[in-house]
Each structure stands twice: as C-alpha cells, then as structure tokens.
Ligand binder design. Sequence first.
Ligand code: WQD
Length: 311
Amino acid sequence: MAERYILVTGGAGFIGSHTVVELLEEGESVVIIDNLSNAAADDKGLPPALKRVQDLVNEKHRKRLHFRKGNYGDRKILDSIFTEFPIYAVVHFGAFKAVGESKQVPMKYYKNNVKEALSLLKAMNAHGVKNLIFSSSCTVYAEVPPEKLPLTEDSPLGECNCAYASSKYFIENILRDVTVSDGQWKVMSLRYFNPVGAHHSGMIGEDPKGIPTNLMPYIAQVAVGRREELNVFGSDYPTPDGTPVRDYVHVVDIAKGHVAALKALPAMQQSFRAYNLGSGVGTSVLEMVQAFERASGVVIKTVMKDRRPGD
Ligand code: WQD
C-alpha cells in the first residue's frame, strides 16, 4: 500500500485510542488531533494514553503514529496536517458525550460537536479529502415500543431528548446533504450502542476525568475503592430485574468496526451509509454488576436510587 495516513480526531480518548491501536496493527499510518479535554496530560503535555498506545504496538508501527494537540475544528492546525501528511480518510471521534451535561449546557455541545465538525468538513473539502468515518450514536434513533426492538438502521430517527443526541443527529443530516451535493464523498456513520471494556493488555481503557457518568467506569472505580458504592438509577423498569437494560459492546469490537468500515469505503455503492455497532443483546445494570463481580472477584456495593432523569 502506498503510504497514506488516517487522521483520527479525538484519538487520545477511550474509543479513539483503541481504534488507533487497531489501525496501526492493520498497517495504517495515523495522525491524531486531540485537545485533551477529557484526557490527562504528562509534563510534556502529552496524553498518557498516547504513550501507552506507543508501548502497545511494535517499533515499526510506533513510527507511523503522530500527534497534534488542538481542536479538531482548528483550521490552521488542520491545514498544516493536510499539507504535511497524505491523508486518505478521517475517523472523527472528537466530541463531548455526556448526555446529562448536554441538557444543562446545550450550546457547549452544539458549538463543539456541530460547529467544529463543520469546520473539519470544510477543511477536508478544501484539501480534497472526502472519506470519512463518523462516530455516531444509537441516541439518533427515536424511541420505539419494546416490540420494535432491537433497533435496526431502518428504525425511525430523531426526536432526540438531549443536545448530545441532537448534535449527532444533526451531523448525520449534514453529512447526508454533503454527500448528495458531491458524490465524491464517501461517508460511513457508525452508531454505537454502549461501548465498554478495555484492551486485553490492560494498558489502555476508560479513565474519564472527574466523576464518571457512565456505568462501567463507575463500577470499576467502586471496585478499586475510589468510590464507595454504585447508585443504581431505577429498579422499577419493565425489565426482568427492574433495572435498565442497554446493549453493551466491547470497545475493541467497536475499534475493529472502524477498521472494517475503512476497508469497505472504496466499494461503497452509496455516498452515505449508517451502521449500528452493537451486540444485539440487552444487559441490565444488576447483570453488569454481577458480571463485574464474577470477573474481578470484588464485591460491588450497590444502592437503589430513583430513575435518572432522561434515561
Ligand atoms: C447505562 C445505565 C443508567 C451510572 C450512553 C452514553 C451515550 C450514548 C448512549 C453513544 C443507565 C445506569 C449509570 C450509574 C447507573 N452512547 N447507571 N448508575 O445512559 O445508556 O448512555 O449510551 O453515543 O454517550 O453515555 O449509558 O453508562 O450512562 O448508563 O445505574 O452510576 O446504567 O441509569 O440505565 P447511557 P450509561
């Protein structure tokens, strides 16, 4: 393969870092752009996740990984990246993702997720880079009655209940419009369900700044004693044990999904396609807790609470 680079926005994040490992191991060369808003930085300003990714892959792969710190919509940085590297495609993870926060500060989500994405698309267009894998979400689907589950790519969209979900939905619409206006674009939108887990090496995983909002990192922090107990938000749902059910999918499977999408881009018939990335299996909060207890041998203290607003 002639040398080509994949630009990964948000590549220092949870799903981004796992995907970068898979891309490097597939022989791809990678440039990460990340502002480290949700990742720690060492005294040189570099994210430990990046160092861990470098340690994980062999020396040959390591040389093909580059990092640029900044906003993924920053035109100056993008221009310099697109000039310096022969970018074949962009894998766009960079976004804020806390559902609850997005209800409180929606404009922060529209600015970061939508406005910056427009800037990224403009820069891609200007440099003739028209291959894109977009990190979308199952939250783009409208609520459906239980008999219409599981959700498929043909399930109804929209009626988003928070700015996070709307931002993903809006960007998908923007991408569709862009591909209609110019058939050279090839865009795959990957709608994730609930990504969890960590690389089998244990070197990279999910380590959010502050108090985790997602279930899995919260359970993990209780297990290591960083938090005392897990609040279980709701035990009166119409599910077998009353706690809410989600489709949890392993982060490395999600990462491999991006590699597969990238490989499939050239043969795409349409300019825009969306795919669900889920396991198709529902698991309740208490089942997650029990599974974690079985795997780790640690007892997770739980406290039953009211339903979480917006769930
Ligand atoms: C899972 C379940 C909580 C924390 C996620 C992402 C979002 C989007 C959709 C991709 C819920 C319960 C949680 C806790 C709990 N993904 N819970 N105690 O809400 O499905 O949203 O998937 O775009 O980005 O955030 O995931 O992990 O927050 O919650 O009981 O301390 O665990 O009520 O039922 P959610 P989650």
